[in-house]
Design a protein around this ligand. Structure first.
Ligand code: PHE
Length: 549
């Protein structure tokens, strides 16, 4: 039953922008973006990433925020409020999935069969509300592994502070990293600390918790990253790293890396699971949603870009290779910092930066789950935060105990294998892959819902409130600065920001996401004219060791 009390909202529009940017800026920007850029040859990948963010991420984010503000609810409540009483598309979709389930059952694939049948029936019954439910479930799944990685950053901040990160070689750094994440006790303790921080902040609510912390931590984050950039750029030989990062080599671009850039853009902008619907639901009607979206996306891109600028010059200046993969932050960088004067201080600054970024994202993931129980089930915020913070902690313990293999939780592996067949390398990997699927699917469904079901017209009417230029001024007049000139501002506008946005939401975004989605689930393998160069032998060893010690 929906609760009808007045909901809390952001104190200021700026507070919302900082909190939403805090959600977007996280491990995706500072950990994943630089290492994926490193693997794909630098600047050209950065350009592709920027295009994905601008052409796909931005329109979808505007969908989410406007859905949130219009309904003033969590993702489930938002879709429930706008759910059409009957929807042919949803019924066809539900029937199709249920049919796939029956076929799987006939082929004796009990786990997949049962799951698909259940989902099909649920789609038939609840239609689009299920997109919101998927968002809440995704919040659960993502935070369970996200907080494990965030926990490592707490461990590394501590290690840097106590002088335990002085590695002479990358092999030593790798051995230490593998030892650390492979020790369930440490990993779980750090994961607990991170979850506890998230719970305390979310418990304090929107203004007193999330907004306050974001206003405090976002400037800290910017300060820390600027310190690292100044340090990196003033090293001798830093120029090579800057050149690698800033001069594009388009021969390195393959379809594969375009799709990876799109996936990364989704993850990094916190799209596809309703985090922005939830944050948008606390925004006041007067706020300019279009400009806010631009600011959030701009800040997210800026920080990802600056993270690269902080990391690559230092990596090159000290003679390391940029393409070591996922171990870049936790393995290569400690070794890089160790060769600088006051290396431990810089390692401390870097891991603190990573922790701050992860924290403002972690609270947004928890808030999605909490908002659902508060809005729809009438729970108090404190109870919802404690109960679900605890549940996510428990699920995260499974991830923490099985980052590299299933040794510590073999019964879980047996159960999953019996139900779904082959399992991934570890529970941690499984959760990461499940969340990738959920974000792509969620993003697609949100764009389809706004474009075709709720409708661009109604969405535009929502965005119009507070954004005068969005739908009522010709796009060229806006861009040319002539929006106040009556002769350029007639009553009939063919091209406005709103009309361009509508075309993206209805056609371009869904098609692009379907392609990326099919690629994520492995049904579409695009091959480029050139294959990505094999990583250096050292990098292979490093990855192999990290995955299977
Ligand atoms: N955007 C966050 C990051 O870059 C991760 C995230 C994904 C947060 C989805 C919320 C929702 O790290």
């Amino acid at each position: 039953m929906a609760q009808q009390e007045v909901r809390e909202g952001w104190r200021t529009g700026f507070g919302f922008i900082l909190a939403a940017a805090g959600s977007a800026i996280g491990l995706g920007n500072i950990w994943r973006f630089p290492y994926i850029t490193g693997q794909h040859g630098g600047a050209a990948f950065v350009l592709i990433y920027l295009l994905c963010v601008a052409l796909i991420g931005l329109p979808v984010m505007l969908c989410e925020i406007s859905l949130g503000r219009h309904t003033g609810r969590n993702p489930v409540g938002a879709f429930r409020k706008l759910n059409p009483s009957s929807c042919l598309l949803a019924h066809l979709f539900g029937a199709g999935i249920a049919l796939c389930g029956v076929m799987a059952l006939l082929m004796k694939s009990w786990g997949w069969g049962g799951l698909l049948l259940l989902i099909g029936v649920l789609i038939f019954k609840y239609r689009w509300t299920l997109v919101g439910v998927m968002g809440v479930v995704a919040g659960f799944v993502i935070l369970s592994f996200y907080s494990v990685v965030a926990g490592w950053t707490i461990g590394y901040v501590f290690k840097a502070a106590t002088g335990q990160l002085a590695f002479e070689t990358m092999e030593a750094a790798n051995a230490s990293f593998v030892g650390f994440i492979g020790h369930p006790g440490w990993a779980i303790l750090c994961h607990f600390l991170f979850m506890a921080l998230c719970v305390v902040i979310v418990c304090r609510g929107i203004r007193g918790g999330i907004e306050k912390v974001s206003k405090l931590l976002m400037p800290v984050l910017l300060g820390l990253i600027l310190m690292l950039i100044v340090r990196g750029l003033t090293l001798p030989e830093a120029r090579e790293g800057v050149r690698y990062y800033l001069s594009p080599d388009f021969s390195k671009i393959t379809p594969q890396c375009i799709l990876q850039a799109l996936g990364l853009a989704f993850f990094s902008l916190s799209l596809g699971m309703g985090a922005m619907i939830t944050y948008g639901s606390y925004v006041s009607k007067g706020q300019n949603l279009f400009k806010s979206t631009l600011a959030i996306v701009g800040l997210d891109v800026l920080i990802a870009f600056l993270a690269g600028l902080a990391i690559f010059p230092a990596v090159f200046a000290l003679g390391f290779k940029p393409d070591v993969g996922a171990g870049l932050a936790f393995v290569a960088l400690p070794a890089v910092f160790n060769q600088m004067p006051q290396g431990l201080l810089w390692a401390f600054v870097f891991f603190l930066l990573l922790l701050v970024a992860a924290l403002t994202s972690g609270i947004s993931l928890l808030e999605v789950v909490v908002a659902y129980w508060v809005d729809e089930r009438g729970w108090t915020r404190k109870k919802a935060t404690l109960v679900f913070g605890g549940c996510i902690f428990a699920l995260g313990c499974l991830c923490a105990a099985s980052v590299m293999d299933w040794t510590h939780i073999q019964p879980v592996q047996r159960a999953l294998t019996t139900m779904f067949g082959r399992t991934k390398d570890s529970f941690f990997d499984t959760m990461e892959v499940v969340s990738d699927w959920m974000l792509s699917l969620g993003g697609l469904l949100i764009a389809l819902f706004v474009g075709w079901i709720w409708g661009v017209r109604r969405a535009t009417n929502e965005i119009r409130q507070g954004s005068e230029n969005f739908a009522d001024v010709h796009l060229w007049s806006v861009l040319a600065g002539l929006k106040d000139d009556p002769s350029h501002n007639s009553d009939v506008h063919v091209i406005t920001l709103a009309s361009v946005w509508g075309v993206f939401v209805r056609f371009i975004c869904p098609v692009a996401i379907v392609i990326a989605f099919l690629n994520t689930i492995g049904w579409l393998e695009l091959k480029g004219p050139e294959t990505i160069p094999e990583p250096e032998p050292a990098a292979i060893e490093l990855e192999a060791e990290t995955e299977a010690p």
